[in-house]
Design a protein. Structure first.
Length: 175
């Protein structure tokens, strides 16, 4: 029997990942409550950030197990959109990857080499002339470094290169 290239992460990893997700979801909801009540256009049916991005092997393994049956995936979407969209809704919303959980907010990353903060914000929520201030930013480095460490643990045990990034549309079953 051939070896599963993306084996199920062990319980301790799953639980540490869930804890990270809880903390990210909390940081997102706190920031929205403090700074952006009634400002964000994010709502069910808005899928402009649902592009076919890449995920870490750990998230690919978790996502694969959250996939609905192949028959449920019928939406006709282009190659540049996530295949997990069905009738403009996410089929794995509760288990969506971390990158999907912070979209819409002003995501901030510290570029130590350049000595500056890089910000990426949804143009539907923040027009070009919107003046973002420090308190508006969701700093993601602390979360991303924890995710990278969980991914290293997973990759060590599964014998996978931790640098690998898998296109989400390869993880999703094809239609
Ligand atoms: S996993 Fe869900 S939330 Fe993330 S891009 Fe795909 S459809 Fe959108």
């Amino acid at each position: 029997m051939s070896r599963d290239p993306l084996p199920q992460p062990d319980q301790s990893l799953c639980s540490d990942y869930r804890q990270l997700v809880v903390e990210i979801d909390l940081a997102v909801s706190q920031l929205i409550d403090k700074r952006f009540v009634n400002l964000l256009h994010c709502r069910p049916g808005c899928t402009s950030c649902c592009t076919a991005f890449r995920v870490l092997p750990l998230e690919a393994a978790l996502l694969r197990r959250a996939m609905p049956d192949r028959e449920a995936i019928q939406a006709m979407v282009g190659d540049d959109r996530c295949r997990l969209l069905f009738e403009e809704r996410c089929l794995v919303y509760e288990q969506r990857p971390i990158i999907c959980r912070t979209q819409g907010l002003p995501n901030a990353y510290i570029d130590e080499t350049a000595g500056k903060i890089e910000v990426s914000a949804c143009p539907l929520n923040f027009a070009e002339d919107y003046q973002l201030v420090h308190e508006d930013l969701l700093f993601l480095d602390r979360f991303n470094s924890r995710l990278a460490e969980l991914n290293r643990r997973y990759c060590r045990s599964a014998g996978i290169d931790p640098q690998l990034r898998l296109p989400i549309n390869l993880v999703a079953p094809s239609r």
